[in-house]
Every structure is written in structure tokens, then in C-alpha cells.
Ligand binder design. Structure first.
Ligand SMILES: Nc1ncnc2c1ncn2[C@@H]1O[C@H](COP(=O)(O)OP(=O)(O)OP(=O)(O)O)[C@@H](O)[C@H]1O
Length: 289
């Protein structure tokens, strides 16, 4: 497997800039989270990577090969998207056969087990399924298709809590059995925090974070205590958000804390999670006191 490189990628619809000069890489055998608020351009990006939508400028390569109209390179990627492209006669069985015809070596055995677990019958017609069942059927295809890069756009859309758990377990199993790169574009950040190794966050048409989750969370500190002490301690640090309850202030910092910084007695330091980091990074001025 080779790296996928996105270089200076821009997408405009008419005069409207959707994605502005994005550059990043996807490494082999890694699970990524692609995060962004509604309308940030996540689906557009996944469609661009898989050549379903044409870019305005920039390039996408796997190794040294440009993916543009190169069926061999495009065959290394699979996109499970929100858009359903199946006809009114397509059964789940046929969906799996189509994936096998396009990518070869589809894992029918594991797919059948997953169908049983999701309580789906492979003779059912895809368009007759409920929203959650459609997602489950698409996941059965996506997790058993033979591709190096598996891009999952809204992979838990409509899934109930039990089936989301099942999907997360199946994803880990699929990854362990055959390490490949998965990209999950989802709003359920809390649920994927443990699952994804690296996140790419899009905001205001650009990438604002492209980093391992561990390294991001290392800088996510909630510092609370008497307002004056908290302000003294956090002076000069990158503050994302503050809240005050009575005399207690909590300041959410996204920064390294150097050891020279003396912690006042009544100040408490905790970490906060990826979902909150995402909210504070992408909220603009909406939540600031
Ligand atoms: N074919 C199109 N023509 C014009 N604008 C489009 C088209 N497709 C998408 N857009 C616009 O591009 C922007 C990004 O849409 P996109 O679906 O990529 O966002 P998203 O991050 O996936 O959002 P969500 O989380 O709500 O699914 C939106 O403003 C959308 O209106």
C-alpha cells in the first residue's frame, strides 16, 4: 500500500469556494476521522478523492500516480456514500456481487456473518430497507470489499445504538484482519474517539487540524478554579473557550503547559475530550462568554 496524497486541492461551485487549497496525506493502514460541521465539505472531499466530483485545481495521488481517470488507482479506493446508487431491483446479494465484480476477492463469508448480525436477509431489495438497514447493508459491503482505502461517509446514519456498537466492533475486526486505511466522516465524535488514530478537521474551507488524536488531546486542558488564579495561570496560553459558574471559572486551553508555569493551589487541571475540542475549535464566536 502506498500513501494517498492530496496536494493544494480546491473545489468551487460557481464562485462559491467549498474547499480551499487542502493538502494532506493518508497513510497506509490507519483509521482516520474526517470531522467538520454541517456543510464543511466532508462529502465533497471524499467525492473528490474518489473522482466522483472533479476538482477546480490541485491533485490527488496514490504513491506517485495521479488518480485522475486512472481506473487502476481508483480501484484501490472504495467510497460508501450517503448517495444510494442502487436500482429498485438491487438485492443486498447483488450489491455484494457488484463489489466483487469491481474489486475482486470480496469476503462473502464475513459479509454473510455481518448480515446475520445486522438481522438482514441478503435477498431483500436495498431500496425497500429502512434508513438504518440501508446503512447496515452498505457497511456490510464496505467492510468486506477488497480496497486499500475505504472511505465511509456518515457510516452510522440511522443506525441504532446496538448496531453502531456492532459496526465499531466489525470495523476493528476488519482492520485487524487486513490492515487498510479507513476514513470515517461522522458527527458522532464521542463514539469514534477511541477508534480513530488520526483526525483531519475541516473548518472555513480549510484544514484546521491534521494530527494524531493522542497528540491533540495532550494539549486539551480544562483549567478551573477561582477566576483570578485561572486567569493568572492561563495568561499567554491558547484559550478556546471559558465558562464561569459562581466564582469558579473554567478555561479550556489548547496548548502545551510548560513546567515553569506554577499551578496555584486552588487551580485544578483536567483533560477534555475530542468532541469538546472539536466544538471549541469550530464554533467561531458562538460560544465564547
Ligand atoms: N453540486 C453542488 N452544487 C453546489 N453546491 C454544492 C454541491 N454539492 C455540495 N455543495 C455545497 O458544498 C458545501 C459542502 O457540502 P458537503 O456535502 O460536502 O458538506 P458536509 O461537510 O459533508 O456536510 P454534512 O455534515 O452536513 O453532511 C455545502 O455548502 C453544499 O451546499
Amino acid at each position: 500500500m502506498e500513501k494517498l496524497t492530496v496536494n493544494k486541492l480546491t473545489k468551487k461551485y460557481g464562485q462559491k469556494v467549498i474547499l480551499d487549497n487542502l493538502s494532506f496525506q493518508l497513510a497506509p493502514a490507519k483509521i482516520y476521522g474526517l470531522l467538520g460541521r454541517n456543510g464543511a465539505g466532508k462529502s465533497t472531499l471524499l467525492n473528490l478523492i474518489t473522482n466522483r466530483v472533479l476538482s477546480t485545481s490541485g491533485e490527488i495521488k496514490i504513491g506517485s500516480h495521479n488518480i485522475n481517470d486512472d481506473d487502476h488507482e481508483l480501484g484501490k479506493m472504495y467510497l460508501m456514500s450517503e448517495v444510494d446508487m442502487y436500482t429498485k431491483r438491487t438485492t443486498i446479494k447483488r450489491m455484494m456481487e457488484l463489489a466483487d465484480e469491481a474489486y475482486e476477492h470480496f469476503d462473502f463469508k464475513n459479509a454473510e456473518q455481518m448480515l446475520t448480525d445486522f438481522k438482514l436477509d441478503q435477498n431483500e431489495i436495498f431500496t425497500n430497507l429502512s434508513t438504518g438497514q440501508r446503512t447496515a447493508a452498505k457497511l456490510v459491503v464496505a467492510l468486506n470489499v477488497n480496497a486499500d482505502y475505504i472511505l465511509l461517509d456518515e457510516p452510522v446514519l440511522g443506525l441504532d445504538a446496538n448496531h453502531r456498537e456492532l459496526f465499531y466492533k466489525e470495523l476493528i475486526k476488519a482492520f485487524q484482519n487486513k490492515p487498510r486505511t479507513f476514513v470515517l466522516s461522522t458527527h458522532l465524535i464521542e463514539e469514534i474517539q477511541q477508534l480513530v488514530e488520526h483526525v483531519i478537521i475541516i473548518n472555513d474551507h480549510q484544514i484546521i487540524e491534521d494530527a494524531d488524536v493522542e497528540s491533540l488531546l495532550k494539549k486539551a486542558y480544562a483549567i478551573s478554579g477561582p477566576a483570578k488564579d485561572v486567569d493568572t495561570y492561563t495568561d499567554g496560553l491558547n484559550v478556546l473557550y471559558t465558562e464561569t459558574m459562581g466564582s469558579i471559572k473554567t478555561t479550556y486551553v489548547f496548548d502545551g503547559l510548560d513546567e515553569q508555569r506554577v499551578i496555584p493551589d486552588r487551580v485544578k487541571i483536567d483533560h477534555y475530550d475530542l468532541q469538546h475540542l472539536f466544538i471549541y475549535l469550530t464554533n467561531g464566536d458562538e460560544q465564547h462568554d
